[in-house]
Design a protein around this ligand. Structure first.
Ligand SMILES: [Zn+2]
Length: 254
C-alpha cells in the first residue's frame, strides 16, 4: 500500500558482494529513505533527491533482518502458489467482502466463445461455451470480478470517504500482484479487485488507509495518528494484510 510513485525519476540496479541485490529509485516526492520488497521489483531503496548514495550499503546492512524476514515471506508466497494448481478452474468463489459464496457451474456447449450468466438469488455463476479453454474461462471470470469490484468496492469507498470526511478525486480498480491499494498526490485512488476476497473490516481498513494518504503522502507518525482515529485496531489489521494473500485464490495469478 505504498503511495504511488509515478514521480520516480530514475532507477539503478546495484550489486554488492555481501549485500542482497537491490535497486535504487530516486523519488522527488520522498522525504525519507525507505525500503520495499515485492515479487515484481525485488528489494528497492527509495531515496529523496538529495540523499547521499554512499549511505545506502550501511542502511541495507542495518535492515538485513527485516529484509531476510520479508524475503522469506515472499518465498513462502511463491511456494504456496506453486503448490496450488493454477491450471484448475475454481468451482466456487468466497467473496468475503460481500459475505457471498458463489458456486460456479461449467456447461460445455458447441459455441466457440464463453458466456457467463449469473443467478444472484442463489449466488450461482453459469459459464457456458468452450469451457475446455481454461485461459478464456479465467479471463471472463476475472472480468466478472473486476466489474463486481467496480460496483462494490467503489461504492464502499464513497461511503467511507463521506463518513470520515476525507474526499478523493477518482478511483480505479486494478489488478496488482502485491499492492492492495495506492493513492497519488492528486488524490486518485487505485484499489485491487482482489480485495473482494478479504473480510469487510479489512477492506474498510485499506480504504481508510488510502484516504488518509490524501492528507499525508507517507507513513509518518502523523499519518498513523490519523488512521488510528478512524480505525484504532489498525496495527493488527495492517499486520494481517501480510497474510491475506493466502486467501486470494491461486488461479487468479497469471
Ligand atoms: Zn500506505
Amino acid at each position: 500500500m505504498k503511495p504511488n510513485s509515478h514521480n520516480a525519476i530514475s532507477t539503478t540496479s546495484v550489486k554488492d558482494h555481501d549485500l542482497p541485490a537491490y535497486t535504487v529509485r530516486i523519488s522527488d516526492r520522498a522525504k525519507y529513505v525507505s525500503l520495499s520488497l515485492s515479487m515484481e521489483t525485488g528489494l528497492e531503496v527509495v531515496i529523496p533527491c538529495n540523499y547521499d548514495h554512499r549511505k545506502i550499503p550501511e542502511l541495507i546492512q542495518q535492515k538485513r533482518e527485516w529484509i531476510a524476514r520479508n524475503q522469506r515471506k515472499l518465498h513462502e508466497r511463491e511456494a504456496f502458489l506453486q503448490s496450488q494448481d493454477p491450471h484448475l478452474l475454481p468451482d466456487s468463489l468466497n467473496l468475503r467482502s460481500l459475505q457471498q459464496q458463489w458456486q460456479i457451474e461449467y456447461i460445455p456447449t458447441a459455441s466457440k466463445g464463453i458466456q457467463i450468466k449469473e443467478n444472484k438469488s442463489i449466488s450461482k455463476l453459469m459459464i457456458s461455451g468452450n469451457v475446455n479453454d481454461i485461459h478464456a474461462c479465467k479471463f471472463f471470470l476475472k472480468k466478472w470480478l473486476m466489474k463486481l469490484a467496480e460496483g462494490h468496492i467503489c461504492s464502499r469507498l464513497k461511503q467511507v470517504s463521506k463518513r470520515i470526511n476525507l474526499p478523493y478525486n477518482s478511483v480505479t480498480i486494478r489488478s496488482q500482484k502485491t499492492l492492495w491499494g495506492s493513492c497519488s498526490g492528486k488524490k486518485n485512488i487505485s484499489l485491487n479487485y482482489k480485495l473482494l476476497f478479504l473480510e469487510p473490516h479489512v477492506v474498510d481498513y485499506v480504504l481508510i488507509h488510502e484516504l488518509c494518504h490524501t492528507v499525508y503522502m507517507n507513513h509518518s507518525d502523523q499519518f498513523w495518528r490519523l488512521v488510528s482515529k478512524f480505525q484504532p485496531q489498525y496495527k493488527e489489521i495492517d499486520k494481517s494484510l501480510n497474510q491475506a494473500w493466502k486467501i486470494v485464490p491461486a488461479w487468479l495469478e497469471p
